[in-house]
Design a protein around this ligand. Sequence first.
Ligand SMILES: Cc1cc2nc3c(=O)[nH]c(=O)nc-3n(C[C@H](O)[C@H](O)[C@H](O)COP(=O)(O)OP(=O)(O)OC[C@H]3O[C@@H](n4cnc5c(N)ncnc54)[C@H](O)[C@@H]3O)c2cc1C
Length: 493
Amino acid sequence: MKRIVIIGGGISGLSAGIYALQAGYEAVIYERNAVPGGVIATWERGGYKLGGCIEWITGTNPKTELYPMWQNLGVIEDGQKFNEHENYSTYYLDGKTVNVTYSLDSFRKELLSVAPEDEKAINSFVSCVRKLQCINFPAKGAFKYYPLHYAALACEMLRIVPVALKYYFMDFSRYSRRFTNTTLKKFFSDFFAPNESILAFMASMGIMTSGNGKMVSGGAAEIIQKMSRRFTDLGGKLMLNSPVTAISYNGRKVDGVIVGGEKVTADFVVSSCDPYVTYRKLLSGAFCDKALERKYADSEKYQTRGCSNVFFLLKGNCKSLPHRICFLCEPFTAGVTQKKRLSFISLENGSSMEKDERIYYVNIDQFDDDFRYWEALRARSAEEYSLEKTRMAQDVRSRIASKLDFENNGITCEVIDITTPKTYNFYTGGYNGAYMPFVIGLRSLPAFYSNKVRGLDGCYIASQWINPPGGLPSAAVSGKFVIEEITKKDRNK
Ligand SMILES: Cc1cc2nc3c(=O)[nH]c(=O)nc-3n(C[C@H](O)[C@H](O)[C@H](O)COP(=O)(O)OP(=O)(O)OC[C@H]3O[C@@H](n4cnc5c(N)ncnc54)[C@H](O)[C@@H]3O)c2cc1C
């Protein structure tokens, strides 16, 4: 039996491992950390499970192509339960409450109740979202093997084209000008990054309101546990605490990986760590992907998104708090950037909590300059780094406690952990601590990258980075497609 060695036990590595076993290969995953999961791995603090802060998984609608893939990966089982909150998000704005609901009709009513005078603009927004509900992320196989299938899929999604053409290059601030009501203007401008496309928000709403973006009950912890179990049940070996230090090759053919100073032989190597690590470190820069290199070289244009997270333990009268609360706040600094809004989100981590306890977290967007700031601070002094994290967390805490009036509502709120993009970079080696690939925005279009390491036979890449737009589906699909690629090549020999 031929052996595929997979580097990394995140979503893309586990997906590649499961598909490799099903295709009849021996599969071994080497993961550098003590637990699988990569950027959504979970950890414990004071007996509470933290991390894995994902909010949804695309592909929960059984009519989509992603659904059978998630079933095959063990993530969606028969009778699968999803966490369904009444609302996805609750915005507190100008003394009003705007709920982003899972039903598009209810969301329309919600917007109309805030701004009846903007009915025309609201209907136009809702109509765009409705057209985007047909988004069906391709997961059957690579385009080159199924061109007719892709053509049929494109026909099914034709309704998207006029919306995409009209709104891709429109940012939130320009879009918000079509509303006359000041609260709606703020809703559509102040909660999003200024250079982001309104289309991204419309598409997310389309996915969510069509039942295609739900959360598996138990959250990231359950997703990782199910995929790992599926992999090992099929006979795969998951080697933890096993960092790969190099990919080994002879001439132009890969022949294994180096782990703990020893060579492990392989017929194929699939690297699922961040391609920056694969090309620059594990292959010592010998086979770099030129398209990726061009982007690393222009970091002004090609930004990456990471995050700082602050985790809170809430006790007391907290059960009735909305699942996700967003509000504008007094500015505070995170990294080098001033922030003026907060999203306070309940952590779906499968932990069984006492009745009067909940874990919430705040996810703060961080970009390349912020990463460099945290990295330099950490290198200069562990103490200063820790103090600055604490300062940021206390700034966040005081704004939340005052907005939600914890004191009078009988809620105590304690910071129990803080992460920065440097934390992600430390644990997964990811480029600039990013948890998503290059930001798709007004200046940078989505791009695919090769899943073969060009010039090195038998060496492949599976990662959210090569398969836009990034996120769980991109990662899982990249694992599936890379095994399809290997299988086709192997059979043709
Ligand atoms: C806070 C947060 C919220 C998110 N929310 C969502 C969401 O709501 N929906 C969504 O779809 N996506 C979300 N994402 C994104 C999603 O989690 C990622 O797209 C996905 O998990 C990436 O998986 P990956 O396998 O490609 O990469 P990674 O998770 O980075 O996996 C790479 C693995 O390789 C390992 N590795 C690296 N170097 C080595 C080495 N030398 N040897 C061995 N192993 C190595 C790493 O430790 C890691 O386990 C979120 C991510 C974060 C962090």
